[in-house]
Design a protein around this ligand. Sequence first.
Ligand code: HEM
Length: 418
Amino acid sequence: MVSRRVALTAAGVGIAGVAGAAAVGAAMMDEDRSPAAASPGDAVPFYGEHQAGIVTPAQDRLHFAAFDVITKDRAKLVEMLREWTAAAARMTQGRDAGLLGAVGGQAEAPPDDTGEALGLPASGLTLTIGFGRSLFRDAAGVDRFGIADRMPAALEPLPHFPGDALRPEISDGDLCVQACANDPQVAVHAIRNLARIGFGVVSIRYSQLGFGRTSSTSREQATARNLMGFKDGTRNMKLEDTDLLREQLWARASDGADWMAGGSYLVTRRIRMTVETWDRTPLAEQEAIFGRDKGEGAPLGQAKEFDEPDFAAKGADGEPVIAKEAHIRLAHPDFNNGAHLLRRGYNFVDGSDGLGRLDAGLFFIAYQRDPRKQFVPVQRSLARADILNEYIRHVSSGLWACPPGVTGDGDHWGRALF
Ligand code: HEM
């Protein structure tokens, strides 16, 4: 649906805060809250019942950052979250991050915005915040900000899975922000400006750039491919699956943490692929590993991408057509107590590793109502038997409570929590 909001933003509200931008912003809040932008340059509404960037049709680019909170002062942290919210509301609508106005300002002070997104459109930017377990209670059990009793049970630490090679310095964190956009410069600008605004309160623990979304989160999107060359996201939970989203994506007050009602839990995993070994693996073996053909993405034994897999079918040799250890069998809800995930991952290539290999893989992102019932059993089943494990290694992990959306004036990220 093309709403008035979309038409107005398509007219080109640049980041410099051209005349009338504020009025346009206000109009956007009141009108259509459809989660999708009509074209890649458009703005996605920031305000709403749920945070944008979860069911929003996956944009092409990612800049994900995890932050450590470096102050002990609760009031400073809350004030920064308030400032972050204001900046996020502006940047997602294609405006500058500044709280005081456009770039420039006083002659001796640094500008209110770093400037590299000046003149660029909103580019579908979404900013999604999450709170890590260590924000509530540090490793020594100390209640850092007086919120330990509000920690959701669903933030229970993920167990160790066979094959995990996690590096602590690129895992976990107190806060995370997922920036997704159709222009990498816009996503990078957003994270950079949040880090700048948070100076003295937070510092970046690690960050990850991603490209080429590996999931579709709407039936209107074509399925993209991961770096193994396979379509990824075919059987993902999607924006149109409203009953399933209610059941398996959005947390409820009755789940235990009332401030999380309408929020969702995020699991991030940086998964390194040994692409050089994969590239020497015969096609038939690659297809057996996933249980799908590479060209069309159809389940083995079927013709079309969206055909249902038949896990009971046997070939002439009496063996299952989709192997017992195939990725799509082990990850399928039928074999995991009905568990679904909303996957939203991105490809990454971070140069090479000095040994002639690309440092490449999948930055896995999955949202769900309760990781203890969703990510954990699915990953247990994959870690135990997935043939894909010969070609991948999980090197970082994060678990985050992403609160509900910000509803408008006076509300801010973390308000219900603090
Ligand atoms: C399905 C790739 C890791 C959960 C798929 C598919 C591909 C794929 C190609 C089939 C198309 C689709 O339905 O999306 C990969 C790669 C991974 C990886 C390359 C690692 C580098 C994971 C992890 C999880 C996971 C860590 C969760 C713990 C799923 C689920 C499905 C799926 C739930 C859909 C199963 C179904 O209902 O048919 N994956 N995946 N994947 N994957 Fe993965």
